[in-house]
Design a protein around this ligand. Structure first.
Ligand code: NAD
Length: 503
């Protein structure tokens, strides 16, 4: 049975503590990737909706900034407790719109929750410094203050975790937030907004603006938006960085990735094969930290490819609400694009060791299925190597030496994550020093830092200076001020117009 458009659920903006349809007349379909069915429609903001969202955040800012740190963090503590209790609900929403299996959806919420827990330590992280009697009777102190309304723009692949990289820290630091989530997976953002309200967050402090490029560009150019945290593909990250900095904003724009995993001759091949499969096919490869390229250093390739293929062939592809390992891709268009990379690689001479194009999924015929795919003898000129594929496709590139492997990784324009599998401490240490990537794994395939470290890549994987969460997160969402004070001493007098040397 097809659903009549009027029966479809409408996902609306969250402004001033409640949902709004807004004035924009465009909508986008919300689809269940496991069935291919349109399950709802999300409203798309026009310029007036964007202005209304920012205006609400601006009005809410002074009172939120002036609320004591104790009270602000108490709200975050309550939010953390509610999230812990109710995360299965959120996981179901994520699976219904993204397609990832429920266990994976729960996993991303837990990683986001860790940032909430970290942000509860804001009183410590926002402490300044104080120097008494720096010059005679002159004291100095440094303080950090919030910026104002900030915008957060997020991608489809982590509907809860990526927003939670930023929201708790921005709020704890005293900013108000306008979140523009991906229009492909809009519901998680509204769920988070509802939970924040239940935790006691005042109206207007957190806003969800749904939309596409129009909404994003409206935020990037709005004079009252003071900072932008963006996560998405590299071309859009570049655009966001250029536009927002041209409009005087502080920007961190995290882009795409092409993560390499080096396997050296002395590595434990079973461990390496298991890691490659988990990191390559988890979430159907739709993770910015997914391993996309295995670089097999002579003579490990034949044995490694056999072991990866054996394991990957056992992956159960299907509906994420059932007992499967890997769900569908997010849209039919994206599935076709990823499959086209496999076609092109095969035509260019790569060997298709495992072919996901003919997978028989445990799910509806209309789902956006592509099974685990393993390509061997991939070379750096092939499009499946040069481009970010963002699907369940693992490419194996064969090289003769460690130096050749390192050159390959460092020549790649992306620099998000990179890892090495070896039992040689010296080789691992050399890799750690020499590799040009922001996050490095040593016998760890997905080196995503904990919340109290910062997340971010190098080169085309991040535009801006600051990485997400950790101490850098607090620095991004605050600006520094240094106060020099001197109290009058009635015993001193006279006129002194000089710029005095400190004494
Ligand atoms: P995307 O770039 O298509 O969209 C990201 C956000 O930008 C969405 O909210 C979208 O509505 C908006 N947007 C899209 N086109 C725009 C345009 N022309 N102008 C302004 N805004 C626009 O990315 P996606 O497909 O949703 O997500 C996948 C991408 O995100 C991959 O490239 C992946 O590597 C990347 N990603 C990176 C990280 C990281 O930490 N570096 C993390 C997660 C995802």
């Amino acid at each position: 049975m097809t659903t009549a458009p009027s029966d479809l659920r409408e996902v609306r903006h969250w402004i001033d503590g409640t949902t709004h349809t807004g004035t924009g007349t465009d909508t986008a379909p919300v689809t269940n990737p496991a069935t291919g069915e349109v399950t709802g429609r999300v409203v798309l903001a026009d310029r007036a909706d964007t202005r209304a969202a920012v205006a609400s955040a601006k009005v809410a800012f002074p009172a939120w900034r002036d609320l004591s740190l104790t009270r602000r963090t108490r709200i975050l503590f309550r939010f953390r407790e509610l999230l812990e209790q109710r995360k299965p609900e959120l996981a179901e929403l994520i699976t219904a719109e993204h397609g990832k299996v429920l266990a994976d959806a729960l996993g991303e919420i837990s990683r986001g929750q860790e940032v909430v827990e970290f942000a509860c330590g804001a009183p410590h992280l926002l402490k300044g410094e104080m120097t008494e009697n720096a010059s005679t009777r002159v004291d100095l102190c440094s303080i950090r203050q919030p910026l104002g309304p900030v915008a957060i723009v997020t991608p489809f692949n982590f509907p809860a975790m990526v927003p939670l990289w930023f929201i708790p820290i921005a709020l704890a630091a005293g900013n108000t937030v306008v979140l523009k989530p991906s229009e492909k997976v809009p519901s998680a953002a509204n769920w988070l907004a509802g939970l924040l309200a239940e935790a006691g967050l005042p109206s207007g402090v957190f806003t969800v603006l749904h939309g596409d490029r129009t909404a994003v560009d409206g935020l990037l150019t709005h004079p009252d938006v003071k900072a932008v945290s963006f996560v998405g593909s590299t071309p859009v990250a570049r655009h966001v960085h250029a536009t927002a900095t041209a409009h005087g904003k502080r920007v961190q724009a995290l882009g795409g990735a092409k993560n390499h995993m080096l396997v050296l001759p002395d590595a434990d091949l079973d461990a390496a094969a298991g890691a490659a499969v988990n990191a390559g096919f988890g979430s159907a490869g739709q993770r910015c930290m997914a391993v996309s390229v295995v670089v097999a250093v002579d003579p490990v390739a034949d044995e490694l490819v056999t072991r990866i293929a054996e394991r990957a062939a056992r992956i159960k592809t299907g509906d994420g609400t059932r007992a499967n390992d890997m769900g569908p891709l997010v849209t039919g268009q994206h599935r076709d694009k990823v499959a086209a990379y496999v076609d092109a690689g095969e035509r260019a001479g790569a060997r298709v060791v495992l072919d996901g194009r003919h997978v028989r999924p445990d799910g509806a015929a209309g789902g956006f299925w592509l099974g685990p795919t393993l390509l061997d003898h991939v070379t750096p000129e092939m499009s499946v190597y040069t481009d970010e594929v963002f699907g369940p496709v693992l490419s194996v590139v064969r090289v003769r030496s460690y130096d050749e492997a390192l050159d390959l990784v460092n020549a790649n324009p992306f620099g998000n994550g990179a890892c090495v599998f070896t039992n040689d401490g010296g080789a691992a240490r050399r890799f750690q020093r020499e590799v040009e990537a922001g996050m490095v794994g040593i016998n760890v395939p997905v080196p995503v830092p904990m919340a109290y470290y910062s997340f971010g890549g190098w080169k085309d994987s991040l535009f801006g200076d600051t990485h997400a969460h950790g101490v850098e997160g607090f620095r991004f969402f605050t600006r520094g001020k240094v106060v020099t004070s001197r109290w009058p001493d009635r015993t001193e007098g006279g006129i002194d117009l000089g710029f005095r040397a400190n004494d």
